[in-house]
Write a protein that binds this ligand. Structure first.
Ligand code: AMP
Length: 399
């Protein structure tokens, strides 16, 4: 059964065609810089074949048209007919209170997703463009929407409510939603598989540390708390995002620096995090790591504060779950930064955690990096959001 995965960003469209029964990737690639100069397209096949082109791609509809053409191209394509695609799984960022699971996309469902767009104005509209373009060029194919927020729909009320008047929740649905749901779900399930236990018997803290970053407490297979909130700005320090701050700081910067609210919000989104904390040295953990090892005080400050916040969340979530069996690192920094993992785990020795530095330093694949006698297992698992979308799409169409 072939399933096509579509993930639309504001100026990109990433795709992956997966043989769902074996989970083999048949072809993957992306369209980048959609609607801006310097457009670029890649098509990478399982057998090593590939195609790359520079071309202006005006919008997501044109990207889908080109994708359909290349997929069925007699020389280069991997399909004889589009009928071979059983379903398309679309990544959708925000499902609001309404969508707590993957859903078959019908015109009525699209209207309801549109109604959630105010919760993710930079993401949901572009996700919908991609869906509508696929419906235009592949009208006979079943479409499924998989939501970033859905995995966190199991949060208990005490974890998703903010300490503000309840009427804002009742009238405007202001609550913690959480993001990176597919990643947290995927790595928590993989953690259970690697440890040889049922997800329903595992307490795991999943640390998705990329440019955007979030930490989730997964108890018995369900998300019970997560660090991102109403928007992806809340939580730990990120690449350029501040994470949680005292809201009064917004007033103070606005008044002292004569900035509008939107200018202050722009600082919190694009000039903060490890970038701002390192005095604008870099938002990229690779650059900061190199500078850290040379003793650069800006890099040391940023990395220490970053690590501290991760440790704080792990401590809090251990308490929230009444203990933890495992901690799993994933995404760009979580998968690749042995420095961050090592510094975090050093501070967790209070929980009886010890890691094997050789296992921490070496290897690119999923692995256990804690020592056999560590009271809590520590793992590194590369995330695979596309596979998570594929599994959920397959499960839904087989129901
Ligand atoms: P993501 O958003 O998941 O693509 O993650 C991006 C982040 O991963 C950036 O901060 C990168 O610097 C970081 N990253 C990628 N490779 C490495 C590496 N080898 N060492 C440290 N950080 C890395």
């Amino acid at each position: 059964m072939k399933i096509l995965i579509i993930n639309c960003g504001s100026s990109s469209l990433k795709y992956r065609l997966i043989e769902a029964d074996t989970e083999d990737v048949i072809v993957k690639g992306q369209f980048e810089r959609i609607g801006i100069d310097g457009g670029h397209f890649t098509y990478k096949q399982k057998n090593g074949g590939s195609l790359e082109r520079n071309a202006y791609i005006p919008d997501h509809e044109e990207a889908v048209r080109l994708l359909v053409r290349i997929l069925t191209d007699p020389d280069m394509g991997d399909l004889e007919s589009l009928d071979e695609i059983e379903a398309i799984g679309h990544r959708i960022v925000h499902g609001g209170n309404k969508f707590t699971d993957a859903v078959v996309l019908t015109p009525q469902v699209l209207k309801e997703i549109e109604a959630c767009s105010n919760l993710a104005p930079n993401h949901n509209p572009v996700n919908l463009h991609g869906i509508r373009a696929c419906m235009k060029y592949m009208p006979k194919t079943k479409m499924v929407g998989v939501f970033d927020t859905a995995f966190h729909s199991t949060l208990p009320e005490e974890a998703y409510l903010y300490g503000i008047p309840y009427e804002y929740y009742k009238n405007e649905q202001i609550r913690r939603y959480g993001f990176h749901g597919m990643s947290h779900q995927y790595v928590s399930e993989e953690t259970a598989r690697i440890l040889g236990v049922n997800p329903s018997e595992l307490k795991v803290i999943t640390c998705h540390l990329g440019n955007g970053a979030s930490i989730t407490a997964v108890k018995n297979g369900k998300s019970v708390d997560t660090s991102m909130g109403y928007t992806p700005l809340e939580g730990i320090i990120m690449g350029t995002r501040s994470g949680s701050i005292d809201p009064e700081i917004i007033n103070v910067i606005s008044e002292n620096d004569h900035k509008t609210l939107s200018q202050v919000m722009d600082i919190l989104h694009t000039k903060s995090g490890i970038y701002g904390l390192s005095d604008y040295l870099s938002p990229d953990m690779r650059d900061l790591t190199a500078a850290y090892h040379k003793g650069n005080p800006n890099a040391i400050r940023a990395i220490k504060a970053y690590v501290y916040q991760i440790v704080k969340y792990i401590g809090a979530y251990t308490t929230a779950m009444g203990g933890t069996d495992a901690i799993t690192f994933t995404a760009g920094i979580g998968e690749n930064s042995s420095l961050v993992r090592s510094l975090v785990c050093q501070r967790l020795s209070v929980f009886g955690i010890t890691i094997d530095e050789t296992a921490n330093e070496n290897g690119n694949d999923e692995r256990i990096i804690s020592t056999p006698d560590s009271r809590v297992k520590v793992l590194v698992i590369p995330t695979n959001e596309e596979l998570s979308i594929c599994r959920q799409t397959k499960a839904l169409i087989q129901e």
